[in-house]
Ligand binder design. Structure first.
Ligand code: E4P
Length: 217
């Protein structure tokens, strides 16, 4: 499973990049607003830090404008993936940009039928929003499982990018359900490594090692 980080905070990306766990980055207009920075500048900086796909979202709502915005965003760097909303216009733009060889991430997916349409439009990634479904008492993980089955049934190449992830458990369940990618907030990525028994075990080993009076180097 690939990990993307879901943030437009360049400092957080810089801090996590050396872990080797960052396969890509996703941004959205809300994350750009939160960063308080210029959109194109932030995307360019992220693309220089991370080799993998960096999603940058269009804000037009009509296909011709979405296509123009998408082409312009793709010009920022080779690893920009153009993010498009899951609307009919977004699907038209997805098809056109795909035909121009531009990678796409169709976002705001809340149903299996929407995911089916995105795959037919040639999307590189589909982003089902797990957390926002859970928020309205709908099982977000069931959507990941349904999409996995549909894509496998028809051999669609579109990658399932589990989004709106809120917890370590979401990551584990997405991996079990066969999502290709999980886009995770930095805090969730950091939480994946932690286990109290690891800390306890390490403390005990180090205490016993100190008693031996030895050094490795
Ligand atoms: C990712 O591409 C999405 O924009 C993001 O995961 C949304 O997460 P949220 O529901 O926590 O805002």
């Amino acid at each position: 499973m690939k990990f993307f980080i879901d943030t437009a905070d360049v400092e957080e990306i810089k801090a996590l990049a050396p872990t080797g766990l960052v396969d890509g980055v996703t941004t959205n207009p809300s994350l750009i607003m939160k960063s308080g920075r210029d959109f194109r500048e932030v995307v360019a900086e992220i693309c220089a830090i991370v080799d993998g796909p960096v999603s940058a979202e269009v804000t037009a709502t009509e296909a011709p404008e979405m296509i123009k915005e998408g082409v312009s965003l793709a010009d920022i760097a080779d690893n920009v993936t153009v993010k498009l909303p899951l609307t009919l216009e977004g699907l038209v733009a997805c098809k056109a940009l795909t035909e121009e060889g531009i990678d796409t991430n169709v976002t705001l997916c809340f149903s299996a039928n929407q995911a089916l349409l995105a795959a037919k439009a040639g999307a590189t990634f589909i982003s089902p929003f797990i957390g926002r479904l859970d928020d309205i008492n709908v099982d977000g993980m069931e959507l990941i499982r349904d999409i996995r089955m549909i894509y496998d049934n028809y051999d669609f190449r579109t990658e399932i990018l589990a989004a709106s992830i809120r917890s370590a458990n979401h990551v584990k369940e997405s991996a079990i359900a066969g999502a290709d990618v999980a886009t995770v907030p930095p805090a969730v990525l950091k939480s994946l490594v932690r286990h109290p028994l690891t800390d306890k075990g390490l403390d005990a080993f180090l205490a016993d090692w100190a008693k031996t009076g030895q050094k490795i180097l």
